[in-house]
Design a protein around this ligand. Structure first.
Ligand SMILES: C[S@@+](CC[C@H](N)C(=O)[O-])C[C@H]1O[C@@H](n2cnc3c(N)ncnc32)[C@H](O)[C@@H]1O
Length: 267
């Protein structure tokens, strides 16, 4: 499958460990862009007497960081962030915001995107058309149990648990903010349990359907875990990400804008 994923693997095997972590590559792209743009402007001022207005430099920094980020193998979704970050810094300096606000914003971001840097699994959500496609995969039998590994804001579980009120659903999530949002959001769903924790610690044996929407990074390891633990006849379903060397038994294409593919393995 062509890698249309939002997570790049180009730097997976470089010797410098920090270069394998996308968020650090994004920081490096900003620093390098700052050196080039602001250094270039300082030289132009000294030798040509040319003064570049600060908003122009900020725009240049964002654009340059986008280009360097792409060269560093950052996924496409980093581009708007790289572009926006220098503007955010510039305007917040103008506003003279209290320092604790930066710290609070930083911790909030970390609490939402808990797994983006380490596990390289960012928060993006299954859409409503894919929820409908998932309905067709869930067996009708009353004792069916389903797990969403990395349940995010709980949208998938919320939809499916309403559609199948007799089934049991489990969501496992380590990012604190998404976990608490889903906990509040699904508090009235009696057939949903949410567990704050790492899905690598959860046995997949009890589930008839294991659903995940993660990134290319954990797929090989997760498939090996599924093969070892899941029962014969159960389904392992991955939204968008396949397993290198272990093609799915079936791939269902969803008629949504991003042409989501559900990769389905029958155990
Ligand atoms: C792409 S989101 C999918 C959210 C949800 N399943 C959906 O489809 O709408 C992936 C989620 O997996 C979570 N995650 C990543 N690694 C995890 C781990 N080891 N244990 C539990 N959750 C994890 C992330 O925090 C993120 O919320």
């Amino acid at each position: 499958m062509a890698d249309r994923s939002p997570v790049s693997r180009r730097f997976d095997n470089v010797p410098a460990v920090w270069l394998r972590v996308p968020v650090l590559r994004a920081v490096a792209a900003q620093i390098l862009a700052g050196v080039i743009v602001f250094g270039g402007a300082a030289l132009a001022r000294k030798y040509l007497g040319q003064i570049t207005p600060v908003p122009g430099l900020v725009l240049g920094q964002g654009g340059m960081a986008c280009l360097i980020g792409a060269w560093f193998g950052l996924a496409r979704w980093w581009a708007p962030l790289n572009l926006f970050l220098p503007w955010a810094a510039y305007y917040s300096l103008q506003l003279a915001l209290p320092p604790w606000l930066y710290l609070a914003a930083f911790f909030l971001t970390v609490a939402v995107f808990w797994n983006a840097a380490g596990e390289r699994i960012p928060l993006f959500l299954t859409n409503a058309k894919t929820w409908a496609a998932l309905e067709d995969l869930i067996p009708a039998a009353q004792d069916t149990s389903v797990v969403d590994l990395g349940s995010g804001l709980g949208g998938t579980l919320g939809h499916l648990s309403k559609r199948f009120p007799g089934h049991g659903f489990l969501g496992v999530e380590t990012a604190p903010v998404p976990y608490w949002i889903s906990k509040i959001r699904l508090s009235g769903h009696d057939n949903v349990t949410l567990r704050y924790g790492d899905f690598w610690d959860v046995s997949l044996e009890p589930f008839n359907v294991v659903y995940c929407f993660l990134s290319p990074v954990p797929m090989e390891r997760l498939y090996a875990k599924a093969k070892e633990e899941m029962r014969t006849g159960s389904l392992f379903v991955s939204n968008s990400f396949d397993v290198p060397g272990s093609p799915a038994d079936e791939v269902r294409e969803v008629a949504d804008r991003r042409q989501t593919k559900l990769h389905i393995w029958r155990m």
